[in-house]
Design a protein around this ligand. Sequence first.
Ligand SMILES: CC(C)(COP(=O)(O)OP(=O)(O)OC[C@H]1O[C@@H](n2cnc3c(N)ncnc32)[C@H](O)[C@@H]1OP(=O)(O)O)[C@@H](O)C(=O)NCCC(=O)NCCS
Length: 195
Amino acid sequence: MNDTPLPVDFSRTTLTELMVPSYANFGGKIHGGVLLSLMDKVAYACASKHAGNYCVTVSVDEVEFLQPVEIGNLVHLKASINHVGNTSLVVGIQVLAENIKDHSVKHTNTSYFTMVAKDDDGKLTKVPPLLLQSLEDVRRFLEAIKRKKLKSEWKKKMHAEKTNFLPDADVNMLKGQRCIIELRGEDDQYNHLFG
Ligand SMILES: CC(C)(COP(=O)(O)OP(=O)(O)OC[C@H]1O[C@@H](n2cnc3c(N)ncnc32)[C@H](O)[C@@H]1OP(=O)(O)O)[C@@H](O)C(=O)NCCC(=O)NCCS
């Protein structure tokens, strides 16, 4: 592994793809899964270029499709390295959908892919440091650290929620929810809690 820092621009990658009819769902809009696959592809290209090794996806954060993408749009996926750790890299991906006829552009989502680099034997390998050359680079690097910290705290809390589940403790949260509870089998002893 080369320890020479590489600038964000070194691996900045844009993938552009025409949205053909076979990508559409029954509502005539582009499948979210098609966009996710393209995002994974551009994240892979960007991360592997920085790492100088092939990378695999570990986790995907903040996937929210804010606006539908239409058949015939040109989708531009802009990827850049936001953060590097030892073996991991966070790739920020902005997805833009362009109307070819009037050239209007919609921002459909920004997501963050964490990838790790692997060597030829499939073992995790160190990635070069990131050279930050603008305040925007610094902001994104710091934001990735904060996102990682918040996610780790959130995961711990959710794990505690799962392991400490007591049916009667959170029963009030179910008031007004659109569900009917009719427990079966050995769980039917708890039906009185939800009556
Ligand atoms: C990714 C993988 C190697 C991590 O294994 P692990 O035993 O947790 O390894 P480590 O704890 O040493 O973590 C390696 C790096 O990944 C990061 N990482 C691990 N799990 C993570 C998660 N859920 N989210 C973000 N980063 C994560 C660690 O922080 C560490 O980063 P660093 O080296 O920069 O400090 C393992 O989970 C794996 O092989 N997953 C399958 C990946 C794959 O095949 N993806 C393709 C889609 S199926």
